[in-house]
Design a protein around this ligand. Structure first.
Ligand code: SF4
Ligand code: SF4
Length: 333
């Protein structure tokens, strides 16, 4: 459902029955109300790996699915969106405002471990500001949009503002390798993250220009350091956009809390993602690009604030795999 405005912009409205209506049982595949799933877990749930404390945590999640619209309403805005929501598929965002859905309890596991890690780290702020929501409101086609986001940690030094984000992941970014031909120096293979067997008898390195196979010890190898994933880097640029708008507020918090004086010069931003992998911790610096973040914000609002459903634009394949409104995605218009 959308509300049409004079200018043709359309503000999507959250339907009364939108939201997660039930779990999909891990064992039977049938819909089961949340309290009944919890009761089943408390009885031992034969054949199911779910346990009561985990189900309880999902059932009592304090963040409602329409959080951004509530925040917008509380600030007198017409439409709200967060940094995280802006990054994900815009079609999913609109469908989740219109429909109810079911999810398996196990679909929450990645979110659950991410939240648990954040809860453990958010107490630390040092001489910075941790977990303080940033809000910006602005006019968009005669309506007021509220854009918000919560950096994990923001610090300030002579080099400017540094935004830090923690990411729990099973697959932290890895170094990649490329190989150049020893004769013509053209790149013959790139983006390799698993070097096993490369240049061996079964996977020779072939140069099409020289029409020749090489062993690994014959070619030149270039090592590329791990880079932050695109969506994570973009998340930091979007948070920097919000910080840019709220610099005065953040500067006064820093002065009040830590006695730090922020320079009057135009702000400079940098970022880092700290990947928390299964065994290793990997901090990766990120370049902030405010222009690219502004462009994404505009493109997404253009797609979201019109009567038609936005196109299918998942971040990566996994977003469709775990999308709770995938059924409606193909049928809704
Ligand atoms: S605890 Fe497991 S078996 Fe019981 S209802 Fe929930 S998902 Fe199904
Ligand atoms: S199934 Fe994929 S394309 Fe469709 S709404 Fe979900 S995330 Fe977007």
């Amino acid at each position: 459902m959308t509300t049409k405005t004079k200018t043709g912009a359309a503000i999507p409205v959250v339907a009364k029955d939108a939201g997660m209506r039930a779990f999909e049982c891990e064992v039977t595949g049938e819909e089961i109300p949340l309290p009944e799933c919890l009761a089943c877990a408390q009885r031992g749930a034969p054949g199911c790996s779910m346990f009561p404390a985990f189900i309880h945590q999902i059932v009592n999640d304090s963040r409602p699915h329409n959080f951004s619209q509530r925040l917008a309403k509380a600030h007198g805005a017409d439409f709200g969106i967060s940094v995280t929501e802006l990054l994900y598929c815009p079609r999913k965002f609109r469908l989740k405002m219109a429909y109810s859905w079911t999810e398996k309890p196990s679909d929450f596991y990645a979110r659950f471990s991410g939240t648990a890690i954040h809860a453990a780290l958010e107490d630390y702020e040092g001489a910075g500001i941790a977990e303080e929501r940033l809000i910006a409101t602005f006019d968009y086609r005669e309506k007021v949009v509220l854009f918000s986001g919560k950096p994990d940690l923001v610090t300030y030094s002579d080099a400017g503002w540094l935004i830090t984000d923690y990411k729990r992941t099973g697959w932290p970014p890895r170094s990649s390798y490329s190989y150049t031909c020893p004769k013509c120096y053209e790149v013959i293979l790139s983006d390799v993250t698993d070097r096993r067997g490369i240049g061996g008898a079964n996977k020779p390195l072939y140069c099409p220009d020289c029409d020749e196979n090489f062993r690994r010890r014959q070619v030149h190898q270039i090592t590329h350091l791990p880079e932050a994933k695109y969506a994570h880097a973009m998340q930091l640029s979007l948070l920097a956009l919000l910080l840019n708008k709220n610099e005065e507020q953040y500067a006064s918090i820093l002065e009040e809390k830590h006695g730090i004086i922020v320079s009057d010069a135009p702000p400079v931003f940098s970022g880092q993602i700290i990947y928390l992998g299964p065994r290793d911790i990997l901090p990766i610096p990120v370049d902030i690009d405010l222009d690219v973040a502004r462009a994404l914000l505009r493109t997404r609002l253009d797609a979201l604030l019109r009567p038609e459903l936005p196109p299918k634009e998942p971040l990566e394949g996994w977003e469709c795999k775990y999308c709770p409104v995938a059924t409606q995605c193909d049928t809704a218009t």
